[in-house]
Design a binder for this molecule. Structure first.
Ligand code: FAD
Length: 472
């Protein structure tokens, strides 16, 4: 007898399944792909012996996840590796801004902007224990309204506005802008400052770690832990219609609105269906994985020691690139988010060889190849990079969507995260739907994009309370 079905074995689906299984329910997870993990998987995408991350690579939210911190994931093989430098941001002339684990070291390297950095980013680091619940959860009455109001004051601004008013020099401005660009919005939009501050502060709070062996280790640990609680994951098992599922008290969908409508749209009242149809997806992603003969020859020493490298130059250049992708134009100098895991984890490539991971934002559904433009950007700061490439794997927005129905048009955030869709994600009901027992638990619910499992955690808690079981 099954109590609960979860559709989709992404980090949120698996986290939801664990919460339900912890409450003593018999849970099964149906996953359409041939492997579990959704946006958290690794594979030999280029050459034998080279392990690439298919989607997520660096996990500041994963290590900071309040739910995962309660799970014995290390007993199931998950080991976080902290790079020497969390984020490096190369600039012309061999310079780079960087976020190290230490707030003080980072601030000191920013010269006359160091004090402002400590005030802004350091303020959030200090307040994190009081605001993390609000940042990594749904909208509720705040337990610490003053700390939250302080964060909100800055967070609701645009990163362009905040960076140019708070900092005098390019390194600090570019560093914050690079982090803000993860939010997939033009950098003059409200809330981009919140993304930039939170992402940067996480490098001092929990770090920007990579899992040993690749992102797959996170999924493997979650699946193994679920199994100890009696939960089962069935791969190669797409759900095409919720009415065809085995009978269960609860169904949780690790789906964004578009694929949800395909399998459950007929069950919803018209008003709710319309709301889901109006849910907005944003820009797409063009991704490249490289097998390399040697480490990337960055000119800057900080870049050679970093786990994540933000390649795109100045705040103005990054803003232009993000504006282009948002407005449907191809940027000739795209902002590229990169990771070089084998600098810290040699298990992922043959001896002396390396892998690298990178992507840029593109117009939704774009079919233009960005490979040459991305590599030109890397060559700007690491001359000779191309000579080290042994093989490449490319994923267009279409490939990403074919791989995972949640990423409509290649939008890896499963929906625009602007002010409206931050709070009403995907509708004001968040995890609940008008159908009794049917819930949404994907990154299209709060707190949204990122590998942390908190959407699944909160959705499952709500589902349990619907059964009259504890929510605490
Ligand atoms: C290229 C890329 C890079 C990223 N980089 C990072 C990063 O470095 N750090 C980070 O924190 N985040 C990153 N992300 C985002 C992160 O991967 C996602 O936010 C996260 O995976 C969302 O988790 P989820 O459980 O909501 O959904 P998903 O991970 O999308 O999982 C949903 C699952 O549902 C399955 N599914 C869909 N439809 C059906 C169906 N009808 N029946 C059965 N199964 C179905 C899918 O196959 C998938 O396995 C990245 C994403 C991408 C694509």
């Amino acid at each position: 007898m099954i109590d609960a079905v979860v559709i989709g074995a992404g980090p949120n689906g698996l986290s939801a399944a664990i919460v339900l299984a912890q409450a003593g329910l018999k849970v099964v997870v149906f996953e359409s792909n041939r492997t579990a993990g959704g946006g958290v998987r690794s594979a030999e995408l280029t050459l034998p012996g080279f392990t690439h991350d298919v989607c997520s690579a660096v996990h500041p939210f994963g290590i900071a996840s309040p739910f995962w911190q309660t799970l014995p994931l290390s007993a199931h093989g998950l080991e976080w590796i902290q790079p020497d430098v969390m984020i490096a941001h190369p600039l012309e002339g061999g310079r780079a801004a960087s976020a190290e684990r230490s707030l003080d070291t980072t601030a000191a390297a920013l010269g006359r902007d160091g004090e402002a950095y400590k005030r802004l980013v350091g303020g959030l680091v200090r307040d994190w224990p009081r605001v993390s619940r609000a940042v990594l959860g749904p909208l509720t009455i705040p337990r610490h309204p003053i700390s939250l109001a302080k964060l909100g004051l800055h967070a609701l601004r645009s990163i362009q506005g905040l960076s140019t008013s708070a900092f005098r020099d390019e390194p600090a401005r570019a560093l914050l802008a690079g982090s803000a660009a993860h939010g997939m919005l033009p950098l003059d939009r409200a809330l981009t400052a919140g993304v930039g501050l939170t992402m940067t502060a996480l490098s001092h709070i929990a770090g920007w770690p990579i899992p040993r062996g690749g992102a797959q280790s996170i999924t493997t640990a979650l699946v193994k832990h679920l199994a100890t609680l009696g939960g089962e994951v069935f791969t190669n098992s797409p759900v095409n219609d919720v009415d065809k599922l085995p009978p269960a008290k609860i169904v949780l969908c690790d789906l964004s609105p578009r694929p949800l409508l395909r399998i459950a749209g007929h069950k919803f009242p018209r008003g709710y269906r319309k709301k889901l149809e109006r849910y907005r997806y944003g820009m797409g992603v063009f991704k490249v994985d490289w097998a390399l003969d040697a480490p990337i020859p960055w000119t800057s020493e900080a870049c050679r020691r970093a786990g994540t490298i933000h390649v795109g130059g100045t705040l103005a250049e990054i803003a232009a690139s993000e504006r282009d992708a948002w407005s449907g134009r191809i940027s000739d100098r795209p902002f590229v988010l990169m990771s070089q895991p084998t600098v810290f984890d040699p298990t992922r490539a043959p001896a002396g060889k390396h892998v690298a991971w990178g992507y840029c934002h593109v117009p939704t559904g774009s079919t233009t190849s960005m490979l040459d433009r991305i590599e030109q950007q890397i060559e700007r700061f690491a001359p000779g990079f191309r000579d080290r490439v042994l093989a490449r794997s490319v994923m267009t927005p279409r490939d990403l969507e074919l791989n995972n129905a949640n990423y409509v048009g290649g939008d890896i955030a499963a929906g625009v995260v602007d002010l409206r869709q931050f709070f009403f994600r995907p509708t004001w009901r968040n995890y609940a739907t008008p159908v009794k027992g049917l819930y949404i638990c994907s990154a299209s619910t709060p707190p949204g994009v990122g590998v942390h499992g908190m959407c699944g955690y909160y959705a499952a808690k709500l589902a349990l309370s619907g059964l009259g079981l504890s929510r605490s």
